[in-house]
Ligand binder design. Sequence first.
Ligand code: 5GP
Ligand code: MG
Ligand code: MG
Length: 180
Amino acid sequence: MDNDILKVLYSESDIQDACQRLGKEIKSHYGDKVPVVIGVLKGAIFFMTDVIRDTDMYMELDFMDVSSYHGTTQSSGVVELVTDISTDISGRDVLIMEDIVDTGRTLKFLIDTLKGRGAASIKVCTLLDKPSGRVVEASSDFIGFEVPNEFVVGYGLDYEEKYRNLPYIGVLKPEIYANN
Ligand code: 5GP
Ligand code: MG
Ligand code: MG
């Protein structure tokens, strides 16, 4: 897999430093509150577990799967709910954990959906923010890194479902796309 990578943007230790910082920011934001932390599958799994593991605070966990990319590098613009949470979030403080915010469509869909169910508050923690890709307004409260407008893989992020298990975040060599 390493052979397919053109350049590494964030190393394992860059990512761990960001996760520690975000964990502290989240703990100090919530104080004694017990948020429902919702991981957005599948991209946010490594990030979510690394951020929350050491936070020493009470929280509940749940997961949601939404789809918007259908296996390509271009957004289709349509967001579908694939798997829903099982937690009743009415009156609860919700923290969404995302891998990356690009056009903002996925995040807007998630926020609108969870708001509609009566969450008391909704905050967003994203590993990566790509502000140059934004099409609809959607902002995050806790951000790992701001990334340039490049398609990145690794640490949860896929290209055609692969590369999620790379321990770092990088950019693929152009021939990987060309071979498809
Ligand atoms: P948005 O709805 O904000 O356009 O995109 C959100 C989803 O698109 C992300 O959760 C992620 O799954 C996918 N995505 C957006 N940019 C990238 C990228 O650079 N690399 C990968 N692997 N996925 C991306
Ligand atoms: Mg995502
Ligand atoms: Mg994807």
